[in-house]
Design a protein around this ligand. Sequence first.
Ligand code: DSN
Length: 414
Amino acid sequence: MPMRALKAIDPTIEYLLKKEYQRQQNTLSLIPSENIASNAVIEALGSVATNKYSEGYSGKRYYGGNEIIDRIETLAIERAKKMFGTEHANVQAYSGSPANQAVYMALLQPGDTVVGMALPAGGHLTHGWKVSFSGKSYRAVQYGVDKNGYLDYDEIADLVLKEKPQLVICGATAYSRIIDFKKFRQIADSVGAYLLADISHISGLVVGGVHPSPAPYADVIMTTTHKSLRGPRGALVMARSAEVGVKIDKAVFPGLQGGPHNHQTAAIAVCLKEANTTEFKSYAKKIIENAKVLASELENCDFSIVTGGTENHLFLIDLTNKGVTGQEAEDALSTVGIIVNKNMVPGDPRSPFDPSGLRVGTPSVTTRGLTIKDMKTLASIINDVTVQKPDRSVLKKAKDTVNELCKRYPAYPR
Ligand code: DSN
């Protein structure tokens, strides 16, 4: 990706971006929330649409000169509605956390009760965790997972009946099983609550047809656009009814944000077009196949996989029996070019800064083209490296293999 103008003006940033490009080419990301946006998405992101102010919505802006931006935003909205099967879509939220904040603002009053999944159990900061706006400005009650790592729907139903929230949130950042949106709808209905499905992690699987959709059940669906959906950083907030849609739009603008990031909107439109292809469906299927093989190969090497496997793009490894912490494993794997993130496991006695587990996911490597056979190779490397004080020759051999895989499956083919 030549950056001639940048090099002339700011060689330091050009150099650092080149280094980051090389880092991405020369390592494999197994971070489940990361992916590789296409050149088309990146071109839209780097476009002149960034120059334009467009506060408001298509046809009703507070600035002149928005004829073209209106067309871009309308295309993004129409594609999102069609793809996810919703009545309404807002494409302006800057990213997932502000998008969830907009949902709270649209549907709740400060102090209202929200039931969401706890962060250490696999939820998200904005699902009611105490340090985020969602736990500070609302009465947040959290559910977790059972001792085997599964959602316990009966327990969640009891909690909701007891706490009577105005909003129930389902969706996770570290949960490897299918989410039963219909059950969550029934649970929310038991107290007349709204249901928000945060499908940021799995939206690529949902539109790829390999994970059930929350569209028939959730009042609001929120997804970031840069995870399995493989677009630019950004978010979609979609509503089942026009009535809720109006509230969402008001909350995003003028409630929380000013001018939308039009270059981001254009890139979201591009990623939605890319997601509406048979190639994307095949990619979504392969993500899960790769994750299942990687998890079972690791299990064969005596790694303890939370819930014993996966039905989506990710899984958690509890490293306790290996005598290695999440941080140690993350560091060791990083030295051989495999990028993962340390993670808490259910009931983790350790701190989030050095937890007992790793979170592993396959969207990024699947985009690069890695296959089931390569998952076996990766499992073998992870097994060799995730030990106390790995031998130098082991590390070198692992790094050579990762280098070879990176060359065979470039993030950005030249
Ligand atoms: N930070 C994201 C993740 O890694 O899952 C969630 O927003």
